[in-house]
Structures are given as structure tokens and as C-alpha cells.
Design a protein around this ligand. Structure first.
Ligand SMILES: [Zn+2]
Ligand SMILES: [Zn+2]
Length: 216
């Protein structure tokens, strides 16, 4: 065996060792793969003076591309709505609050006031309006998962939360009735692949997992 052949064998050995090392790292990542993409859903309804804000304008809804572009400079990507579904919130970032969501709609949400863009009063044809708690004996109420709470803006949206925001002279009985109208489709959106919007809570396919294991 001459020196050249020995060196050659050494290189082959190193090459194989490197390849095995790389493959085992990919295999490890593949086996331990956990999706890091945050994507879950919650439900809400907003009533002003007994009328639900239908959020009809297309400007309240994001294109599907908004959920896949990882652009941290665009806060709208973190939490938004799709497909003209006016009661379903899509959360794409850990720690997104209800205040954040309403800010993305162009609304103002505080503990004592809500500012909305919808035209509720066709006679006066008001645009952006602030509704303040206590004005004309009207109250701003927040009911989260059936429980009355005093503030919501800084509360982090959790998966399958149901939120009612109501402004008006509303009895407790009526509040309970309104809370019952808050949609419940967040669970469905979490568990089923949502063809029209951002993919629901679908499991990564074999290829998606492999790709992510290689490119990390
Ligand atoms: Zn989305
Ligand atoms: Zn979604």
C-alpha cells in the first residue's frame, strides 16, 4: 500500500463520516420536528347599541399571502381575519393581544372606550366614532368565555377564546343572549385544513418536514 492510496482512503473515510454526521443531524431534526409556525384561532362579536358590527368592508380582511410572509415589520401579519368571516380571528404570533387585533382593524380598544370605523347610525352617517363607557348611561362590557372582565386590550388571545364586546344599555340577561351569538368555528379552523385561508392547524406533510429538517 503506497502513501497515495492511504491518503485517498483517509479522504474517503472522512467524507463518509461527514456524510453520516450530516444525515444523522437531519434525521434527528426530522424525528424531533415540531412546527414553530404559530397559527390558531379565536372567536369574537362586537355589538354597539344592540347591533352587531358586521365588519363588511373588504379592508378588514387580509389576503392569504399575509399569513405566510414572515415580515416582522408588518404587524398586520400577526393577527387578522380572512375570507369575510367576521367572527374568526387568525393568530399568527405568540403574545398577540385583543388590543392588537382591534388596532389592526383600525379600531381603538381601551378599558373604557371603543372606537370603530363602521357606520352604525345611517341617519347621522357617522364614520369613525368613539363610544365611551358611562356616556348616556351606556356601558362597555367585555365577556370572555362566559365571564365578565373589566379590561381586554392587554389580554393575550388564546386558542378558541370566545369574546363578546358590547356597548349600550344592555341587561345582564341580554348580555348572556348576545354572548351565545359569538361564533364557535375556531375549533373547526384549528383542527381542519382551511382551504381558502391559511391552512388551518394542519400537520406538516412528510416532504414539508424533510425540507425543514434539511434547511432548518
Ligand atoms: Zn392568516
Ligand atoms: Zn387561520
Amino acid at each position: 500500500m503506497n502513501i497515495n492510496k492511504k491518503t485517498h482512503q483517509k479522504f474517503i473515510f472522512l467524507g463518509v463520516a461527514f456524510l453520516l454526521g450530516t444525515l444523522s443531524i437531519i434525521a434527528f431534526r426530522f424525528i424531533t420536528y415540531r412546527s414553530t409556525d404559530v397559527h390558531y384561532h379565536a372567536n369574537f362579536a362586537l355589538y354597539i347599541n344592540g347591533r352587531r358590527d358586521e365588519l363588511k368592508s373588504f379592508t378588514f380582511y387580509e389576503e392569504v399571502s399575509a399569513c405566510t410572509v414572515h415580515d416582522s415589520n408588518n404587524p398586520k401579519i400577526r393577527v387578522h381575519m380572512h375570507d369575510q368571516n367576521n367572527g374568526l380571528v387568525h393568530v399568527h404570533a405568540e403574545g398577540a393581544t385583543w388590543g392588537y387585533f382591534f388596532a389592526n382593524l383600525g379600531y381603538t380598544l381601551g378599558d373604557k372606550l371603543i372606537g370603530t370605523d363602521s357606520v352604525f347610525d345611517k341617519v347621522e352617517n357617522k364614520g369613525y366614532t368613539i363610544y365611551a363607557d358611562g356616556k348616556d348611561g351606556k356601558q362597555l362590557s367585555f365577556i370572555l368565555n362566559g365571564k365578565k372582565i373589566s379590561n381586554i386590550a392587554n389580554v393575550v388571545i388564546r386558542s378558541e377564546d370566545r369574546l363578546l364586546i358590547d356597548y349600550g344599555k344592555t341587561s345582564q340577561e341580554k348580555l348572556d343572549q348576545l354572548f351565545a351569538t359569538v361564533p364557535t368555528d375556531a375549533h373547526k379552523a384549528n383542527t381542519e385544513r382551511d382551504p381558502a385561508s391559511c391552512g388551518g392547524g394542519h400537520q406538516a406533510t412528510f416532504l414539508e418536514r424533510l425540507k425543514k429538517s434539511i434547511y432548518h
